[in-house]
Design a protein around this ligand. Structure first.
Ligand code: TUI
Length: 314
C-alpha cells in the first residue's frame, strides 16, 4: 500500500488525482474517482458558475468522499466560479492556465485546500508563500494547455523549490510512471488522459476510440503563435490549424478557428472540426475500465515498480 502525506491531508486512500479536464471532468467522473479512493476533480473550464454548481451537487449526491474543483484561470466566468466553490466549501481547489493569487485568501478563509498547477519554479515559490496546501507540477507531456518543461525536469525543480508536497502530472498512466514520479520526489500523481478511457467518462465514443487507438506519435502541440500552446490528437483539424498557424493567418482568425473546438470533440466526436485534447501517454491507454479499477490497477502496479528499481543498488 502506497500512502503519503497527501493522503492524510485530504482524507483519500491513494495519492492519485484525476485531472480537471474542461468539458470532460463532470460530477459523475469526479465522484467515481473519489469513490475509487483517489481525488476526483470537477473541471470548471470555460463554463458558467451555474454549471459548476450543478456538477458539484451531482458529485455530492454520488459520493461522501472528498473531491475537488479545477478552476481554469482564463475562463470569462472565473470570478463567479471562484465564489461558487467558496460557497459550496469543496474540499480542494486546483487551478490551471494562470496565476490564482487574487483568489487564494478567499478560498483559504472558506477552509478549502488550494493546490495550484505550476509550470515554473517562480510560480512554485509564489504559491508556497501565499499558502497553497500542495503543488501540482505538470510537464508538457500532458494534454491541454502545456508549459515548456517536461515532467522529468519540472518535478525535481519544484520539489526543491518548496516544502509543500508535490503532485506530478503529465505523462503518467501506469504504475511504472508513478514509481518514476516518486523517484523524482513527488508525493502524489495526477492523471488526465488515462481517465479518458474510464466507463464513467462521458466523452463521445469517437473521442474514446481515438485515445485507445493512439500511438507514440499521435499528439501534437498547436497554439504557440497565440501564446497558449495546447496538446491534442493529430487530426485533420489540428493539422489544418498548424498549417494556418505557420502560414500568415491573422491572429483574430486563428483565435476564431480554435473557438468552440473542444466542445465539438467532446460532444460530437467531430474529427474535422474538433480539438481532441490528449496527453502523449495516450499511447499507453488501451482499454476501457471503471475509474475505480484504473486507480487500483495503477497503484498496485506501482508497488513492484518501486521495489524493482532497488535491485540495481549493489
Ligand atoms: O490548464 C491546464 N490545462 C488546460 S487549460 C485548457 S483551456 C485553455 N485552452 C487554451 C488556452 C488556455 C486555456 C486546456 N487544458 N493544465 C494546467 C496547467 N497550467 N498547465 C500549465 C499551466 C500553467 C501555465 C502558466 C500554470 C501557470 C502558469 O503561469 C502563468 C503565470 O502567470 O505565470
Amino acid at each position: 500500500m502506497i500512502k503519503t502525506e497527501i493522503c492524510d491531508m485530504l482524507g483519500i486512500k491513494y495519492p492519485l488525482f484525476q485531472g480537471g479536464m474542461a468539458w470532460i471532468a463532470d460530477g459523475k467522473l469526479a465522484a467515481a474517482v473519489s469513490e475509487g479512493g483517489g481525488l476526483g476533480i470537477v473541471a470548471a473550464g470555460n463554463a458558467p458558475a451555474s454549471y459548476v454548481k450543478e456538477q458539484i451537487q451531482i458529485a455530492k449526491s454520488l459520493t461522501d468522499k472528498p473531491f475537488g474543483v479545477n478552476i481554469m484561470l482564463q475562463s470569462p466566468f472565473c470570478d463567479e466560479v471562484a465564489q461558487v466553490v467558496a460557497d459550496e466549501k469543496v474540499a480542494v481547489v486546483t487551478t490551471g492556465a494562470g496565476n490564482p493569487s487574487k483568489y487564494m485568501q478567499m478560498w483559504k478563509d472558506a477552509g478549502i485546500k488550494v493546490i495550484p498547477v505550476v509550470a515554473s519554479v517562480a510560480m512554485a515559490k509564489l504559491m508556497t508563500r501565499l499558502g497553497a496546501s500542495a503543488l501540482i507540477a505538470e510537464g508538457g507531456e500532458s494534454g491541454g494547455h502545456v508549459g515548456e518543461l517536461t515532467t522529468m525536469v519540472l518535478v525535481p525543480l519544484v520539489v526543491d523549490a518548496t516544502d509543500l508536497p508535490v503532485i506530478a502530472a503529465g505523462g503518467i498512466a501506469e504504475g511504472r510512471a508513478v514509481a518514476a514520479a516518486f523517484a523524482l520526489g513527488a508525493q502524489g500523481v495526477q492523471l488526465g488522459t488515462r481517465f479518458l478511457s474510464a466507463y464513467e467518462c462521458n466523452i463521445h465514443p469517437e473521442y474514446k476510440k481515438k485515445v485507445l487507438k493512439a500511438n507514440d506519435l499521435s499528439t501534437m502541440v498547436t497554439g504557440k503563435k497565440l501564446g497558449h500552446p495546447v496538446r491534442s490528437l493529430r487530426t485533420n483539424f489540428s493539422r489544418e490549424y498548424a498549417k494556418a498557424e505557420f502560414g500568415n493567418m491573422p491572429d483574430d482568425e486563428l483565435e476564431a478557428l480554435g473557438t468552440g473546438t473542444l466542445r465539438l470533440a467532446v460532444q460530437e466526436g467531430d474529427s474535422e472540426r474538433g480539438c481532441f485534447l490528449c496527453g502523449q501517454v495516450a499511447a499507453r491507454v488501451n482499454k476501457e475500465q471503471p475509474a475505480a479499477e484504473i486507480i487500483k490497477e495503477i497503484m498496485e502496479e506501482a508497488e513492484p515498480a518501486m521495489k524493482g528499481v532497488a535491485k540495481w543498488v549493489k
